[in-house]
Design a protein around this ligand. Sequence first.
Ligand code: S3P
Length: 174
Amino acid sequence: MKNIILTGFMGTGKSSVGKELALRLNYRYIDLDALIVAEAGISINEIFVRSGEAVFRSLESKILVSLKGEEGIVLSTGGGAVIADENRHVLHTLGAVINLSASAEEILHRLQHEHDRPLLNDDKSLDRIRELISRREPFYADADFRIETSGRFIAQIVDEILLLLKRCETRGEA
Ligand code: S3P
């Protein structure tokens, strides 16, 4: 398996799962948002405030494209990285795309004390989370595997992913 790509809404556990998965596979862990922050030299909140979402999205796409050719990475993507068709195409070219999901209630619980999600900073309500998730559902569904994370430990999720990948390899799909 070349690379593992984690997609999913904010708070679905992409970073925690990604880090643990990378350790277990002896792959490098890359966080797309961290690369964006490094490139911009300011926080994601600041990018949204100073330049707007469109500028953030174009940085996101540019950095994603620059990852083409990488091997042996676990990449966790920001929750909106799957919206653009070209981005999803790049993700599938990079490796196996695994979508993590969680209930809106669980997401709210996980993010309630966070203030670094510009799309939820003004309205962190269940309705807002549900609305964004349902708008994005077709893009999250564009994945090789989907895993529900609500009420589960990171280690269980990682075990499930490793099992799925092993089955693919056995069938010669990876
Ligand atoms: C976003 C999710 C964030 C970050 C940015 C936009 C989104 O990443 O990329 O705030 O559009 O859902 P996380 O999913 O890692 O929180």
